[in-house]
Design a protein around this ligand. Structure first.
Ligand code: ADP
Length: 704
């Protein structure tokens, strides 16, 4: 994908560059074509100007009857008369010719109707030679008797010729011609269109054919083309071209190697091209010059500065940079978009995988409550296929309110919460497609939909099973409680009978002292222990059934009570030492004496049970603020921190405790509840192997 982007970018960039480059070249071509046509037009304009001058001169000066009469006379007469007429003609026209010369028109040449030279104003002594051979134009004007003009290379030089037939009294006398040098033409062109340099270059083959051999030295090789010549500028002859300025020499070097110049000049094409030299741009235009028969005989080469090239080049580079920047910007943007798109697609795929694999049912609702998406778990839990449910309102379809009553969607707590932008969490009833009611635990989060409205996404799980299990558990707990209560109740009656019977038995005087001792210490004590367990169980089942512990309050002096209990323990457990520290004054509390004694006995029993013989059990009681605190410490096995948290739970026994000394695990459970029923506290501190300290605190009467 990224590779494709790079390729597209490069292709677009390449095409853009190509288009810009073509536009640049096209503009330059158009500008060059303008140069070609300007030069061609200027050339034609200057020729037309000389034409006008010549024509005016011919009409007003030459075609005067006296002049024509003199010429006619000269043509007809004897040699002497001819030369007289020639002289006369020369004198008559000398002033006008000088004026013509001033205007750049240099030749004035009369020919006979047989195309022989009659009078050359620039060489009056040279006449009578036949011209038709080397000057086809003279022959043509005398044959067709129509004015003609064109570029012509003659034996004595080249120039632009204007030829007119001369008539006198209906008689064709011959012809007259004027000529303009290239230098005159180029100067006229410079006046019309300043800022150009010109070069006239002539076809070598034509020059070599026409020009007298002694005249050939007037020509040198053309600097632009091997098949062309130019007039030698170093010769000081009138009308010779000006020497080329140095920069033109450099340009000509380039032209000479330029393929278009070489082929174009041979083909006679008009064209211009752009060259540059020393950071300067030039336009060089080539315009062919034709002779009277329309033959291409020479080339006019015009040079001018061409600053527009630099402008176009700048424009091209600016567009190039702009195009590259814009494309690079676009490419960068696309690159990032592509990256973002990929991440999005990956996220979407992951999200889809997640929603499809999670066990929770999931659905997305639109603002109006219509479902727009469900996951496979939804289909499994509620029995609807996605295509059956998408687009329908979930509330109407499967959401059931307490007791199955109808509730308008607007009053549905889920819809209300999410439309306020809040989330919703709770247990709800959903109806399976087959009608079965399911308890679901659901979480609903508001969702901003792409159209700007508030929708929601809901995840739910079927907790019907769990609910049922909980109910079953509660039920079995209740049954168990009931069973314990009934069982212990049932046990108590026979136990009381046994105790009563034993007491009766002990009154029997026939029993030996040993038998009495056996019954008292073994059977009767066991029956008492059993009774204690049964009592504890009964208490527990009462608490479990939610009944509060019943307390019979008496005023009890704790100092005395504790002393009595300890005295009894000293007697029963002679191998332990009991250290007692109590206030000197009585501390009277309002308590259920029987129950608090039960707690104290339990704590002391444990201390004895879980500490080795010959260790000390310390009891210290004191008033702390508005409470009486009693601490019972032993030096026994201690309790692990993790066990300390649980020893007040029912049936909890620490694993490492010796089973031989273990009980039912109900003592501390009941003790804590009894103390708490007195608004007191029971806490433990211990370190394993370092013994345990239980702190019992009970409120003083004033405080309660
Ligand atoms: P039991 O009737 O089994 O003694 P209790 O509720 O009185 O039940 O005690 C629960 C458990 O707490 C005991 O089994 C024993 O593991 C631990 N325990 C109680 N008192 C101490 C003590 N002073 N030192 C060490 N462990 C004790």
């Amino acid at each position: 994908m990224r590779l494709a982007l790079v390729v597209i970018f490069l292709v677009v960039w390449g095409l853009g560059l190509f288009a810009l480059h073509s536009r640049w070249q096209e503009k330059q071509r158009l500008r060059l074509a303008e140069h070609t046509s300007v030069v061609a037009t200027t050339y034609r304009a200057s020729i037309a100007m000389f034409h006008l001058t010549t024509e005016t001169f011919i009409r007003q000066v030459v075609q005067r009857p006296d002049v024509l009469e003199t010429f006619a006379r000269g043509l007809r007469g004897t040699e002497a008369q001819r030369s007289q007429a020639r002289g006369e003609l020369y004198r008559r026209l000398a002033a006008a010719y000088a004026d013509l010369d001033q205007h750049g028109v240099h030749q004035l040449h009369f020919h006979s109707s047989e195309s022989h030279s009659f009078l050359r104003f620039h060489a009056p002594d040279k006449f009578g030679d036949a011209l038709s051979e080397i000057r086809p134009s003279v022959g043509m004007v005398n044959r067709d008797r129509q004015a003609i003009f064109g570029f012509e290379i003659g034996r004595f030089g080249l120039g632009f010729r204007y030829l007119y037939p001369l008539l006198y009294q209906e008689q064709h006398l011959g012809s007259v011609e004027t000529g303009v040098t290239f230098r005159a033409i180029s100067e006229a062109m410079a006046r019309i269109d300043p800022g150009r340099e010109y070069l006239l270059t002539l076809r070598r083959d034509l020059v070599e054919r026409k020009v007298f051999s002694d005249q050939r030295k007037l020509y040198i090789d053309s600097p632009v083309h091997a098949d062309f010549l130019i007039e030698d500028p170093s010769l000081k002859i009138p009308g010779a071209p000006r020497p080329a300025i140095p920069v033109l020499r450099q340009l000509n070097e380039q032209l000479r190697r330029h393929a278009e110049v070489q082929s174009g000049m041979l083909a006679g094409a008009s064209f211009s091209l752009a060259l540059s030299h020393a950071n300067d741009d030039w336009a060089v235009s080539f315009v062919p010059a034709e002779n009277i028969s329309g033959e291409n005989v020479a080339y006019l080469v015009a040079y001018s500065h061409f600053p527009v090239v630099a402008e176009l080049r700048r424009e091209y580079y600016a567009s190039f940079v702009l195009l590259s920047l814009v494309l690079a910007g676009l490419a960068g943007l696309s690159w990032r978009l592509l990256g973002a798109h990929r991440t999005l697609r990956r996220d979407a795929r992951q999200l889809q995988a997640i929603t499809e694999t999670i066990a929770d049912g999931l659905y997305v609702m639109e603002h109006g409550g219509q479902i727009s998406l469900v996951n496979p778990a939804f289909e499994n839990i509620l029995g609807y296929r996605a295509d059956e449910i998408v687009g329908r309102v979930g509330h109407d379809l499967f959401h059931v309110h307490d007791g199955g009553r109808e509730l308008p969607q607007a009053d549905c707590p889920i819809i209300q919460a999410t439309q306020k932008g809040a989330s919703y969490h709770g247990e709800e009833l959903f109806r399976h497609k087959n009608g079965q009611l399911l308890t679901v635990e659901l979480d609903c989060q508001p969702l901003n939909l792409p159209d700007g409205t508030a929708g929601s996404v809901t995840a739910f799980r079927d907790i019907s099973e769990r609910k049922a299990a909980q109910l079953r558990l509660l039920e079995s707990d209740r049954i168990k409680g009931e069973f314990i209560a009934t069982a212990s109740h049932e046990l108590r009656t026979p136990l009381t009978v046994i105790q009563g019977y034993l007491e009766l038995l002990l009154t029997n005087e026939e029993l030996s002292a040993d038998q009495v001792h056996e019954i008292e210490t073994v059977v009767y004590d066991k029956a008492l222990a059993l009774e204690r367990i049964v009592e504890d169980l009964l208490d527990v089942s009462r608490i479990e059934a939610g009944r509060p512990i019943h307390l019979d309050y008496n005023e009890v002096d704790m100092v005395r009570e504790i002393s009595t209990i300890v005295a009894q323990f000293r007697k029963e457990s002679p191998r332990h030492r009991f250290a007692l520290r109590l206030p000197e004054q009585p501390v009277v509390l309002s308590i259920d004496k029987f129950k608090i004694v039960q707690v104290l006995e339990n704590l002391l029993n444990n201390a004895v049970k879980f500490s080795p013989p010959d260790t000390e059990i310390r009891l210290s009681g004191e008033q702390v603020g508005d409470r009486f605190e009693l601490r019972i410490s032993d030096q026994g096995i201690g309790i692990l921190p993790e066990d300390q948290a649980h020893i007040f739970d029912k049936f909890h026994r620490v694993d490492n405790s010796d089973t031989a000394v273990g009980g039912f695990g109900l003592g501390l459970y009941l003790a804590k509840r009894i103390v708490e029923a007195h608004a007191g506290e029971l806490q433990v501190e211990s370190e394993l192997g370092q013994g345990a300290t239980f702190t019992l605190s009970l409120p003083l009467p004033d405080a309660s």
